[in-house]
Design a binder for this molecule. Structure first.
Ligand code: SF4
Ligand code: MG
Length: 469
């Protein structure tokens, strides 16, 4: 999911809609905005679909006045059952002592089932099936005398991954969990234009509103922003951070800056590393667009094999894995990707993609490429085999559905029907994201659980439901 918030501007909703539009790649099912206006109080709108279709109509935006607001773009993760209902669309808002608050959450709370049971037993009335709603109830029950303190109280009970943007009537709050699994950045809105501050999942959402990047919110940090400026708090015991390494590979937008480096540059470095680890003689390097593109460019630069657009993407379709059902996903590949036949015929082709999850995409693409008359097909994958589900906010299917959970590398190659299949190694991936010495196995620098099975936060609800580590 993607989160955004802004304070101290003339129309918070306009900025928020733009920010969410830039974060649309993080969630395409639905979006929501909550604002507060001194005269009209809190107002919210939640909608299915793309921001560009839902938060552009004048009557919707007219219902969202005020100088402070937050927003969320959603895609449902492993915690949620079935299709999203509108009541599950964030931000969540609740009125309680001290005037109430709204929150937007990216990540996943790993003890949400247990918390929810406890809260319901003691009288909380839930409005949604979302894990994130627990935070509002925990805040409402806290005995602290102001909302930031109540939020700290609440978050100390929550386990898992959370980058949160929240608001009171006058304050914007941003928090990252102690491991800093999901990103969150602070920006300054151009003082010439409007002034004010904003928070966003990624820097591409600052660019779109002309805000300047100030810094990342640090793992375990809470910032409280008001007219008086930004204050920083440390609600949690310090821990070594474990940022999601898959943000570098796939999730973030290539024009965003993560850890001081552009995601594009990192992905190109991943491609170069892959070319060193897994070279092969061929005529063309082709990306599986768009997610494989920067890595394919890196592979081509390192290997000297020409880069070519062997597969053309229809720009009017979203990300494949967002589609909730298998049949739609199967269809989806053809709706979205087509082979550039004239280019491919008779060629030995290296196809570069970011990841193999179920193998649906790779299988379809291989068929299409062979139909077009390719002489050989070699898959090169910019992440290690995905053998474990993510419980921290990325939608991977159950373990049994992951190709790499049940097959060896050679079995996967045979299943996909390609001439060769190679994944970047975990160490190679660490080197490419900037850890020259590779992965520190005693104390890994990143979360890489979907590749290693090493879960930095115990997925306790999942274990209760029978998941085996
Ligand atoms: Fe990221 Fe994978 Fe960890 Fe999930 S399990 S947070 S996708 S590295
Ligand atoms: Mg892809």
């Amino acid at each position: 999911c993607g989160v955004f918030g802004v304070v101290g501007v003339s129309s918070a909703a306009n900025f928020t809609a733009l920010g969410l539009h830039a974060l649309q790649h993080r969630g395409q099912e639905a979006g929501g905005i909550v604002v507060h206006d001194p005269e009209q109080g809190f107002n919210s709108e939640r909608r299915f679909g793309y921001v560009r279709d839902t938060f552009t109509s004048q009557d919707v935006m007219d219902r969202l006045p005020g100088p402070i607001g937050i927003g969320h773009v959603r895609y449902s993760t492993s915690g949620s059952k079935g299709a999203t209902a509108i009541r599950d669309v964030q931000p969540f808002f609740g009125e309680f002592a001290m005037g109430g608050a709204a929150i937007a959450h990216n990540g996943n709370i790993t003890n949400a089932d247990a918390l929810r049971r406890e809260l319901i037993q003691s009288g909380s009335i839930f409005q949604s099936s979302s894990d994130s709603e627990c935070i509002i109830h925990l805040m409402a029950r806290s005995l602290q005398r102001n909302i930031p303190e109540r939020m700290k109280d609440a978050l100390r009970r929550v386990e898992g991954a959370f980058s949160i943007v929240a608001m009171t009537r006058t304050k914007l709050i941003g928090v990252r969990d102690p491991l800093g699994v999901r990103p969150l950045v602070l920006g300054r809105v151009d003082p010439e234009e409007d002034g004010g501050w904003c928070l966003a999942s990624e820097t591409c959402a600052l660019d779109i509103i002309g805000a300047t990047f100030v810094r990342e919110i640090e793992p375990g940090e809470m910032v409280v922003i008001s007219d008086a400026g930004v204050t920083s708090h440390r609600p949690f015991d310090p821990r070594k951070s474990r940022f999601c390494i898959f943000e570098h590979v796939y999730f973030s937008r290539p024009d965003s800056i993560l850890g001081g480096r552009s995601v594009y540059e990192t992905r190109e470095a991943i491609g170069r590393e892959l070319a060193k680890e897994a070279p092969v003689e061929a005529d063309l390097v082709c990306p599986v667009p768009d997610s494989g593109t920067p890595a394919a460019i890196g592979y081509s630069l390192e290997s000297g094999i020409p880069y070519a657009m062997g597969i053309i993407r229809n720009q009017y379709v979203g990300r494949t894995f967002i589609e909730p059902s298998e049949s739609i996903r199967n269809m989806g590949v053809r709706l979205k990707l087509n082979v550039n036949r004239a280019l491919i015929r008779g060629k030995r082709v290296i196809l570069v993609d970011d990841s193999v999850v179920r193998g649906t995409t790779s299988r379809k693409i291989k068929e299409m490429i062979l139909d077009a008359g390719a002489a050989e097909v070699h898959f090169r994958i910019a992440s290690p085999p995905t053998a474990w589900p993510c419980f921290y906010g990325v939608d991977t299917p159950q373990r049994e559905k992951l190709l790499a959970a049940t097959m060896t590398a050679e079995e996967m190659r045979a299943h996909l029907g390609v001439d060769s299949l190679r994944f970047i190694t975990l160490d190679g991936l660490y080197r490419a994201v900037g850890e020259a010495g590779g992965r520190d196995d005693a104390s890994p620098q990143y979360c890489d659980a979907c590749f290693s099975g090493d879960y930095p936060v115990s997925p306790s609800d999942q274990i209760t439901n029978g998941f085996q580590l």
